[in-house]
Every structure is written in C-alpha cells, then in structure tokens.
Design a protein. Structure first.
Length: 179
C-alpha cells in the first residue's frame, strides 16, 4: 500500500512520521529528492537526497513539484510492501491520480496561529520564508478535503495513534478486498 502523508510546512509531519515508523516498523519511508539545501539536522540520503537543479532534471519521478521555490520529487521506482510518502498536496494529488489505490492522509494544525508559532519556533526559516510557508499553508488547508483522511496534530502521541489506526484499518480493508 502507498501511504501519502501531506500537510502544511511546520505542521509536524517529520515528527509524526518518525514516530509512526517506530510504531509500525514494517513501513518503509520513500526518500525524496530536493534542490533545497540541507538544514541543520537533515541527514542526506535519509531525510532527502540533496541534488543540484541539473541533477534533479535528469531523474525519473513518479511526481515532482515546486514548493516554496525549490523542487521536490518522489523517484519513480517499484515500491515493495507498505511505503510512506511525505509530500505536499500537489504531490499527494499526483500520486493519487497515478495510483488511485493510494491512501492519502492530510495533517492539519490545531489553528493558523499555532502553525505560525511552530514555524517561528523551529528557527529553520527566515521571516520572509515563514511568510511564504504560511501563505502556502492557507492554500493547502483549503484543499484538505481532497485527501482520504484529515487528522489534526494537536498532541503528537494522539496524532500518531490516530494515523496508525487509519493505516491498520486500511491495510485490513485491502486484505479483505484481495481475498
Ligand atoms: P521541507 O523543505 O520543509 O522539508 O519540505 C517542504 C515541503 O515539500 C513539505 O510540504 C514537504 O511535504 C514537501 N515535499 C517533500 N518531499 C516532496 C516530494 O517528493 N514531492 C512533493 N510534491 N513534495 C515534497
């Protein structure tokens, strides 16, 4: 099963996914390519493959998109087992269009104010970049209903439990359908 997690920048997708992988160790994380520079704490080859725009242009992608001025893409390869993708809403829709059986989950912030607070607190973007991310978030939130499920990230353990339940339920459903 392809499991696509999307949601605005700063909503906590990275932390949610890290915890999910601990709870459901059979899941694999697909590693995206990006042209943005690594941030402190980013692990090249684990969080992303960091490449130049020239290298990016040569790669075969299942989907790719421009987000906040940089390119991001999911490599087009044979994914085995249950794979998690962390992409923006454009990516989620592109994967769903090509692979309609994919499960799409959108993570929401408890409020706009909370999202702004989280972006400021993580100190990884300059004020101008935060402004762009908040504007993108507003646009993305309007499109949350295009995903199969919406989950509010209020408390990390609640969020992870909810998503883990959704994944288990959908895996069971698919097993039933394949009998
Ligand atoms: P960040 O730079 O904060 O790691 O990611 C910025 C945005 O790009 C996030 O919304 C993230 O989900 C999205 N993103 C990361 N990888 C991909 C990808 O492969 N494809 C698409 N479409 N978006 C991605």
């Amino acid at each position: 099963m392809l499991i696509v997690i999307s949601g605005p920048s700063g909503v906590g997708k990275g932390t949610v996914i890290k915890e999910l992988l601990t709870q459901l160790p059979e899941l694999q994380l697909a590693i995206s390519y990006t042209t943005r520079s690594p941030r402190p704490g980013d692990r090249p080859g684990k969080d992303y493959y960091f490449v130049s725009p020239e290298e990016f242009a040569k790669i075969d992608f299942l989907e790719s998109a421009e987000v906040h001025g940089f390119k991001y893409g999911t490599p087009n390869k044979e994914y085995q087992g249950d794979v998690l993708f962390e992409v923006d809403i454009q990516g989620a829709n592109a994967i769903k269009a090509k692979r309609p059986e994919a499960l799409t989950i959108f993570i929401l912030p408890p409020s706009d104010e909370e999202l702004a607070k989280r972006l400021v607190k993580r100190k990884t973007e300059k004020p101008a970049e935060i402004k762009i991310r908040l504007e993108t978030a507003r646009q993305e939130l309007k499109r949350q209903w295009e995903s199969d499920y919406q989950v509010v990230n209020d408390k990390i353990d609640h969020t992870v439990n909810k998503i883990s339940e959704i994944i288990k339920l959908e895996l069971e459903k698919r097993k039933g359908e394949n009998k």
